[in-house]
Design a binder for this molecule. Structure first.
Ligand SMILES: Nc1ncnc2c1ncn2[C@@H]1O[C@H](COP(=O)(O)OP(=O)(O)OP(=O)(O)O)[C@@H](O)[C@H]1O
Length: 329
C-alpha cells in the first residue's frame, strides 16, 4: 500500500476494486475489475496530482471518492466516512467533487442547479445560503467574475468560472477536481491554482486533481499518483519525483506515458502475432476500436451481441468478435 506521510489521513483507499455495471445493473459475469487492488492514503494538506493516459480510470477513481459509485465502505474512506453511504459528507460541503461533466449543471452541496438559464452570476452565487461573505468575495475576485453576467449569454470559460466559484463557496475539507480548468484562460487558471494551494497550506484541505495540462503545475502538487489501467503504478511526494528525475513535471509524465504506450503497442503486436483478433477489426461494416469493454458494449448496443454476449471485460482479456457476438476466450 502506498502511504504518503504528512499529517492526518483524510482519504484512505484500501484495496479498491470496481467494475462498471452492465445493462442489467450488475457487473458482467466473469468480468475483470476496471479498478483493481488500488490503495492510497492522503493526508490533510496534501495536493495530489492524479495522472494517467486516457481511459486509465482517473475519473472513475474520483467519482468513487466523491460517493458517486457504490463500493464497499472499507475500500474507500473520506474523512473517516464512506462517501457513498454518508450523504452528509457532500451536503455539508466537507467533500466537494468538481467534474468535467458539469456542462449544463452545477452540482453544489449535493444539489444540481441548471446553469444555462437567463439568470445573473450574482443571483447564482448569492443564492447559496450560509456562505462566509469574505470567502465569497475572495472567490469572485480570484475568478474575476462580473456579477452582471447573464448565464445563458456568457462564454464557456466565463460560465465555468461561475461554476467553480459556486463549487468552492463552502470551505471544503476534501476537494476532487476532474480537469475543470480546460476552459479557463492562463490568468484565471494560475490564480485558481494559487487559491487552492493556500486552501491546503492555510486550512489543511486535501485536493486530488486529475489533469492532462501541466502548465503552471510545476510547484503546485505535494504528491503525484500515476494510474495505469486502473492500477496504482506510482505514488510519491513531488520532492522524491524531482530527486529521481531531472526533467520538468510535464516531461517526466510524458516519459511515463510514452513508456506505457510503447509497452501497450508491444503487447498488441504480440497478440497480433499470436493470431488473436485485434479490437480494431471491422465488424458488420462498423469500425470497432478501443478497449475490450467499450468494444463489447458498443457491439451489444448495435445489436451485434443480440443476447449472446458472454462477457465484457476491460484489460488484457482476449475476445472473439464476430458479426453477432462478442465472446471472451
Ligand atoms: N459508465 C461507464 N460504463 C462502462 N465503462 C465506463 C463508464 N465510464 C467509463 N468507463 C470505462 O472506464 C475506463 C476508465 O474511464 P475513466 O473515465 O475513468 O478514465 P480517465 O482516466 O478519466 O480517462 P480520460 O483521461 O480520458 O478522462 C474507460 O475504459 C471507459 O471506457
Amino acid at each position: 500500500m502506498a502511504v504518503l506521510e504528512h499529517q492526518r489521513a483524510t482519504i484512505e483507499i484500501n484495496g479498491l476494486k470496481f467494475t462498471y455495471p452492465g445493462i442489467d445493473g450488475h457487473p458482467p459475469p466473469g468480468s475483470k475489475p476496471l479498478i483493481d487492488d488500488f490503495s492510497l492514503t492522503l493526508n490533510s494538506g496534501d495536493r495530489c496530482l492524479l495522472v494517467g493516459s486516457n481511459g486509465a480510470g482517473k475519473t472513475t477513481i474520483l467519482k468513487i471518492l466523491g460517493g458517486k459509485h457504490l463500493v464497499e465502505p472499507h475500500m474507500v474512506q473520506v474523512l473517516g466516512r464512506s462517501a457513498f453511504h454518508d450523504t452528509a459528507l457532500t451536503s455539508s460541503g466537507d467533500l466537494c467533487y468538481l467534474g468535467g461533466e458539469w456542462r449544463r449543471d452545477v452540482a453544489f452541496a449535493g444539489f444540481e442547479v441548471p446553469i444555462q438559464m437567463d439568470v445573473s452570476a450574482e443571483k447564482m452565487i448569492f443564492g447559496v445560503a450560509g456562505i462566509d461573505p469574505q470567502r465569497r468575495a475572495e472567490l469572485i475576485k480570484v475568478l474575476d467574475i462580473d456579477l452582471s453576467w447573464r448565464m445563458h449569454k456568457v462564454s464557456d470559460g466565463q460560465r465555468r468560472r461561475v461554476q467553480i466559484c459556486m463549487g468552492l463557496l463552502k470551505p471544503f475539507k476534501v476537494l476532487l477536481l476532474d480537469e475543470i480548468t480546460v476552459d479557463l484562460d492562463v490568468l484565471a487558471r494560475a490564480d485558481l491554482l494559487k487559491f487552492l494551494k493556500n486552501e491546503c497550506d492555510d486550512r489543511g484541505a486535501t485536493i486530488i486533481y486529475a489533469t492532462h495540462i501541466f502548465d503552471g503545475l510545476e510547484h503546485w502538487p505535494t504528491h503525484i499518483v500515476y494510474v495505469v489501467h486502473g492500477k496504482l503504478q506510482l505514488a510519491m511526494p513531488m520532492a522524491k519525483v524531482l530527486q529521481i528525475s531531472n526533467l520538468s513535471l510535464m516531461r517526466t509524465v510524458e516519459n511515463w506515458l510514452r513508456k506505457e504506450r510503447d509497452e501497450e503497442r508491444r503487447r498488441r503486436k504480440e497478440r497480433k502475432a499470436s493470431g488473436l483478433p485485434e479490437f480494431s477489426q471491422q465488424i458488420d461494416g462498423g469500425r470497432v476500436t478501443g478497449d475490450p469493454a467499450r468494444t463489447a458494449v458498443r457491439a451489444m448496443n448495435n445489436g451485434w451481441a443480440a443476447g449472446r454476449l458472454h462477457s465484457t471485460v476491460a484489460g488484457e482479456e482476449n475476445f472473439v468478435l464476430s458479426s453477432n457476438r462478442v465472446m471472451r476466450q
